[in-house]
Design a binder for this molecule. Structure first.
Ligand code: ZN
Length: 100
């Protein structure tokens, strides 16, 4: 924690790219979403670094969005199959983690 209180009125504008939530379909800044990646080995993972070189899907930190995304198979493994119970639980945990 080394944040100095800025006295100058310099505004740093950083454009955050927007991504579409796979649940509600809304567009949000990438940083507000959870990135779920499907890796070539078929595993699903939560990409906390947002940098994994895998196919990514984004969802809001909202259990309802996760549910929808799973229901409509917007989150699927690389072979197109639905996530298993373990993976669904892992994703739910990631959403809960974000919500705090
Ligand atoms: Zn959403």
């Amino acid at each position: 924690m080394a944040e100095a209180a800025g006295s100058s009125g310099v505004k740093k504008e950083r454009r955050v790219p927007e991504r579409r939530c796979a649940g509600c379909g809304g567009r949000f800044p990438k940083t507000a979403l959870i990135r779920i990646v499907t890796c070539p080995d078929g595993r699903l993972a939560v990409d906390r670094s947002m940098k994994a070189q895998c196919r990514g899907t984004y969802i809001c930190a909202d259990p309802a969005c996760l549910k929808k995304a799973l229901k409509y198979r917007r989150i699927a493994k690389s072979d197109g199959s639905a996530p298993g119970e373990d993976e669904a639980a892992m994703l739910a945990a990631a959403v809960g983690e974000r919500l705090g």
